[in-house]
Write a protein that binds this ligand. Structure first.
Ligand code: FAD
Length: 385
């Protein structure tokens, strides 16, 4: 009855990773993508990779992904994830100290070297900051960023060379449960049948689930990115984020840097939202940036854009079965790129009936109905999970 072992809806970074891990196990896989690979939020991702997480499992996932980023060309037989090690600095309010101490201690014992810095140490090592309201910082020297499109294509191309099929320009409209399989209907009238379905459709997940009669409290948020040229300003070569300001900053190739936000933003319709950065939004970012790093007043605003986060009420991912033979990986908000290479292995376990990693249970879709929402991060910066 089932044409494929697994049909994956969505060729973002999570669909690509699951496809590769499944193909490596000899599964027959089809990836159905309504446009092209990484054409959704993945292609707009800042792709920062940091293990600095309160949540132990997410920190471990990032550590394992970092190993895969470093060995990406070998793993994918020639793919290029474009990973660059920069280090990352996380600035915090005084009240975050206790939680940071526990986090940093755990990270250091689990393979993610991280230093906890006092204001005196921050001022000595990172003199570019105005430290008003800052009580602590964490410095993770192994953090960096990748190329989200290269990462997705590298995994997908390797999956295809192992036999996975990519069906581009193929929009799934309905998920239909059958007695011993699942049938996917597409906008062009095709039908694809599989023993298991993985829904990796980012901000479009809820709409697709509704065709199955399943409801998940996921929403799409519009998040803004502003880009700057360093101009006369001395370039800062590392990533930094400030919890009190709700900002992160990432160096970019070609003498640029990018600034994004850490906090909640307005809900958006994933099929009808503005992808532009508006002047008032640019100003909001510039004011916070210059307040925290006064030297950036001389940087030249170049452009910007807006893209979508798919967000669960607790800002943590949603991973697991939502119906018989239908599994979801969603709700990865603005922090899920980095887990993808390693998470695909755990998702493949779920889809092939292998024992699930115990760390995954906390992210089960049923937690919303059970009132078992997760906690994580620091105040409004839940993204620090
Ligand atoms: C601006 C921005 C900055 C970010 N920065 C970071 C960061 O620094 N670090 C980090 O770790 N994470 C970051 N993220 C988050 C990260 O990019 C996402 O968690 C990740 O890319 C989500 O990947 P995905 O594969 O789940 O979904 P998506 O990228 O949303 O892919 C879903 C795919 O499904 C397809 N699809 C949808 N509906 C259908 C359908 N009906 N039929 C067929 N195909 C369909 C879409 O076309 C799309 O290609 C950022 C995200 C954004 C938007």
């Amino acid at each position: 009855m089932a044409g494929y072992d697994v049909a994956i809806i969505g060729a973002g970074v999570h669909g690509a990773s699951a496809a590769l891990h499944l193909a490596e196990r000899g599964a027959e896989v089809a990836v159905l993508e309504r446009a092209g690979p990484a054409s959704g939020p993945t292609g707009r991702s800042s792709a920062v990779v940091r293990g600095y997480y309160v949540n132990e499992f997410l920190a471990t996932l990032t550590r394992d992904s970092l190993d895969l980023f470093h060995g990406f060309a070998d793993w994918t037989h020639g793919g290029d994830a474009g990973f660059v090690t920069t280090g990352a600095l996380f600035l915090h309010e005084p009240g975050d100290g206790e939680r940071m101490q526990a986090t940093v201690q755990r990270l250091n014992t689990r393979g993610t070297p991280t230093d906890l810095l006092t204001p005196v140490q921050i001022a000595a090592d990172f003199p570019a900051f105005d430290l008003s309201g800052i009580g602590w910082a964490a410095w993770e020297p192994g953090a960096g960023y990748a190329d989200p499109v290269g990462t997705t294509l590298g995994m997908l191309n390797r999956a295809r060379s192992l036999g996975a099929r990519l069906l581009q320009d193929t929009q799934v409209t309905t998920i239909e449960p059958l007695a011993e399989a699942v049938r996917l209907h597409t906008a062009s009238g095709e039908r694809v049948t599989a023993g298991q379905v993985l829904l990796a459709a980012g901000p479009w997940t809820s709409a697709l689930l509704s065709t199955l009669g399943v409801t998940l409290p996921l929403r799409a948020e519009r998040h803004i990115i502003a880009t700057y040229g360093w101009g006369e300003v001395h370039p800062v070569p590392y990533i930094w984020a400030s919890m009190p300001d709700g900002l992160y900053v990432k160096p970019e190739p070609r003498e640029q840097f990018l600034v994004g936000t850490l906090w909640e933003e307005p809900e958006a319709d994933p099929d009808d939202y503005s992808g532009e950065l508006w002047p008032d939004e640019q100003l909001r970012i510039a004011e916070a940036l210059v307040r925290r790093m006064p030297g950036t007043a001389g940087a030249a605003a170049s452009s910007g854009y807006a893209a979508l986060y798919d967000v669960a009420p607790d800002w943590q991912p949603v991973i697991g079965a939502v119906a018989d033979r239908v599994t979801v990986v969603a709700g990865t908000a603005g922090h899920g790129f980095k887990w993808a290479p390693a998470l695909g292995r755990h998702v493949a376990d779920l889809l092939t009936g292998r024992p699930a990693h115990p760390g995954l249970t906390q992210f089960r879709p049923g937690r919303f109905g059970d009132g078992a929402l997760l906690t994580g991060g620091y105040g409004n910066a839940k993204i620090m999970g």
